[in-house]
Ligand binder design. Structure first.
Ligand code: HEM
Length: 517
C-alpha cells in the first residue's frame, strides 16, 4: 500500500487518463448496481469514483487508523478505486473472521496482477487448492517437528554471525543480511552465503524489489477495471508491459537457477541435506510415479523453494535490526539477559538449543521485539472468497481484508504502557495472555506463517549468541543526543536504525565469538 498516489496521477498520460476515466465509470456502475441486502460496515465517506484512495494514509498512518477505529468501531470499510478494503481493529473480530472463518478469509487479493505476470505458482500470491498443496509441501520440511532438522545449520550460522561481528562490528547491516540469507538458503537449497554481495542473494533481492511493484496503484487499476488486463494498448502505452516482463524474467530466474544448482550438486555427490535435496530424494523413492508425475512434483518443489527467500529474509532481517537497536537503547534489559546466559552457560560456552527452556527472559525479549517492531502492522492482506455477513454487515466477496495488528499490539488493556519496550510483560502467569495474543504476529488461519518454528529457532539462537558475546550501545551523535528507533511507513515496517557500537563483553567472550575454545 506504500504507494505515492499523487506521483502516480501526475505520471499519467492523456491515454492513461482516458483509461482511468473508463475504469472509474465501471467502478461507479458496480457501486450503483448494488441494491438491498445487509449494509456495508461503516467507514470514512468515499469520494466519487476513487473512493477513499486519497484518505488512505501514506505516512504517519497509525493515528489515522486509530481515529477511524474509535469512530467506526471494530470494522472500518474503505474503497480503493472500487476494491473494498476492510480493516479489522479488534482481536475478537480478527479471530472470529480470519481464524474461525478461515475458509472464506484466506484468499490473497490482486489476482489480476498475478495472472498478468504469470505468477500463479507463487505460494504467497495464490489461493485455493494450489495454495494448499504448496503450503503442505513447505510445511512438511519447515514446520512442526521437521523444523528441528534445521537447527544445526541455524546454530552454525549464529556462530558465523558473532565471529563476523567481532571482525567487522561496523558492518552490522551486511552481517545481518549475510546471516539471514544464508540461514534460509542453506535450509532451502543447501547453499551457504559467504558475503552480503553473493550473486544469488543479489538476484533474490532483485526479484524481491520487483515484487513490491505488485502492490502499486496500477496494480489496483488492473485489478478493478473491466478486463483492463487484456488491453495491450493500455499496457504498452503506460510502460507497464516492460515492468511486467521484467518481473516475469527475474522471478523465473530465481525459481529455476538455484534449483538446478542443487540438482547438479546432488548429481556430483556434494549436496547437503536441505528442503530441495530431501524432497527430491522422497520423489525418487516413489517407484510408482510416472515420468510426468515426477516432472510435476519437481516443478511444484521448484515453486515452493523459490518463495522461501523472500518470505523469510525481510521479516527476519527487520526483526534482527530492531533487536540490535533496542538492545543498545535498553542497557538494563541487555545486562539482565547476559546474567541469565552466564548462569546457564557458566561463561564457558555459547548458548545452544538445549538452553532454550532455561532462558525465558531471552524469549521475552524476542516477543517484545516482535511486538514493538510490528513487521507487518496491517498483517499481509487476505482476500474474501465469497460474500460474508458478520454482525449484520456485509463483507463483500473480493474484499481486501487487513488485520490491524498494530492497534492490537498497542492496546493498553492487553499490553499496559504499550509504547514502552518492556520484555517483562511476557513473563510468568501474568504474561500468559500477552504471549497468547502475540501469536497473531504470525498471521491467520490457512495463511499463517509456515516458517514460524524455523524463524523462532533462528531468532532464539541468534539473539542469545549475540547477547552472550557483545555489549551494544548507540554511537554518540555529533550533537550528543541519544537516537530513537524510527520506522519507514508502509506495509512492511522497516526500522531506520542508527550507528551502534558492538564490543565483546570480555576477552573470554571474544574468544568464544571467534570460535577459539
Ligand atoms: C520474524 C520472522 C517472521 C515473521 C514475523 C513472519 C510473519 C509472517 C506473516 C505475518 C505472514 C502472513 C500470514 C498471513 O497472511 O496471515 C507470513 C507468511 C509467510 N511466511 Fe513468515 N514470518 C517470518 C519468517 C518466516 C520464515 C523464516 C519463513 C520460511 C522459513 C517464512 C515463510 C512464510 C511463507 C512461505 C509465508 C506465506 C504463506 C502463505 O501465503 O500462505 N516466514 N509470515
Amino acid at each position: 500500500m506504500a504507494t505515492n498516489i499523487s506521483t502516480f496521477l501526475s505520471s499519467l498520460s492523456n491515454t492513461d487518463g482516458a483509461v482511468l476515466t473508463l475504469g472509474s465509470a465501471w467502478i461507479l456502475y458496480l457501486l450503483l448496481a448494488r441494491k438491498g441486502g445487509p449494509p456495508l460496515p461503516p467507514g470514512p465517506r468515499p469520494l466519487p469514483l476513487v473512493g477513499n484512495m486519497f484518505q488512505i494514509p501514506q505516512k504517519d498512518e497509525w493515528p489515522i487508523y486509530e481515529s477511524w477505529a474509535k469512530k467506526y468501531g471494530p470494522i472500518t470499510y474503505l474503497t480503493m478505486l472500487g476494491t473494498p478494503m476492510i480493516v479489522l481493529n479488534s482481536l475478537k473480530v480478527v479471530r472470529e473472521l480470519m481464524d474461525e472463518r478461515s475458509g472464506i478469509y484466506s484468499n490473497r487479493p490482486l489476482m489480476a496482477m498475478k495472472e498478468l505476470c504469470d505468477l500463479d505458482w507463487v505460494l504467497t500470491y495464490i489461493s485455493g487448492e494450489e495454495q494448499r498443496i504448496r503450503r503442505t509441501t513447505v510445511q512438511r520440511y519447515f514446520s512442526g517437528p521437521a523444523s528441528v532438522k534445521h537447527r544445526h545449520h541455524q546454530q552454525d550460522e549464529s556462530r558465523i554471525l558473532v565471529a563476523n561481528l567481532l571482525k567487522k562490528p561496523d558492518d552490522l547491516e551486511d552481517n545481518i543480511k549475510q546471516h539471514t540469507s544464508s540461514s534460509i538458503l542453506l535450509g532451502t537449497y543447501g547453499y551457504r552465503v559467504s558475503s552480503a554481495d553473493d550473486p544469488i542473494v543479489h538476484e533474490m533481492e532483485r526479484s524481491f524489489k520487483q515484487a513490491e511493484q505488485l502492490n502499486g496503484p496500477l496494480a489496483f487499476l488492473i485489478e478493478v477495471g473491466p478486463n483492463l488486463k487484456n488491453w495491450p494498448t493500455f499496457l504498452s502505452i503506460s510502460g507497464f508491459r516492460k515492468a511486467v516482463d521484467e518481473i516475469k524474467t527475474v522471478f523465473t530466474a530465481c525459481r529455476v537457477d538455484p534449483f538446478l544448482r542443487t540438482k547438479q550438486k546432488i548429481d556430483d555427490g556434494s549436496a547437503v541435506p536441505c528442503f530441495v535435496s530431501t524432497s527430491l530424494d522422497d520423489i525418487a523413492s516413489e517407484a510408482s510415479l510416472s515420468p510426468d508425475e515426477v516432472k510435476h512434483k519437481e516443478e511444484l518443489l521448484m515453486d515452493c523453494a523459490s518463495v522461501m527467500y523472500a518470505a523469510a529474509t525481510d521479516s527476519t532481517t527487520c526483526t534482527l535490526r530492531s533487536f540490535f537497536a533496542l538492545m543498545s537503547l535498553h542497557p538494563l534489559v541487555m545486562k539482565r539477559a547476559q546474567e541469565d546466559i552466564d548462569r546457564v552457560t557458566e561463561k564457558e560456552r555459547l548458548p545452544t538449543f538445549d538452553d532454550w527452556e532455561r532462558l525465558p527472559y531471552i524469549n521475552a525479549i524476542i516477543l517484545e521485539v516482535l511486538r514493538y517492531n510490528t513487521v507487518t502492522p496491517l498483517g499481509l492482506p487476505h482476500g474474501t472468497a465469497k460474500d460474508d455477513v458478520y454482525n449484520g454487515v456485509l463483507i463483500p466477496k473480493g474484499s481486501m481484508v487487513c488485520a490491524n495488528v498494530w492497534i492490537i499490539f498497542h492496546d493498553p488493556e492487553i499490553f499496559p504502557d504499550p509504547y514502552t519496550f518492556n520484555p517483562d510483560r511476557f513473563l510468568g502467569d501474568e504474561g500468559a495472555r500477552p504471549r497468547e495474543v502475540l501469536n497473531i504476529a504470525w498471521g491467520f488461519g490457512r495463511r499463517s506463517c509456515p516458517g514460524r518454528q524455523f524463524a523462532e529457532a533462528a531468532l532464539f539462537i541468534t539473539i542469545s549468541s549475540v547477547i552472550a558475546c557483545f555489549n551494544m550501545a548507540p554511537k554518540p551523535t555529533s550533537t550528543g543526543e541519544i537516537p530513537t528507533l524510527k520506522f519507514y511507513d508502509g506495509f512492511i515496517r522497516r526500522p531506520i536504525t542508527f550507528p551502534i557500537s558492538i564490543t565483546p563483553r570480555s576477552n573470554k567472550w571474544a574468544e568464544l565469538a571467534a570460535g577459539d575454545k
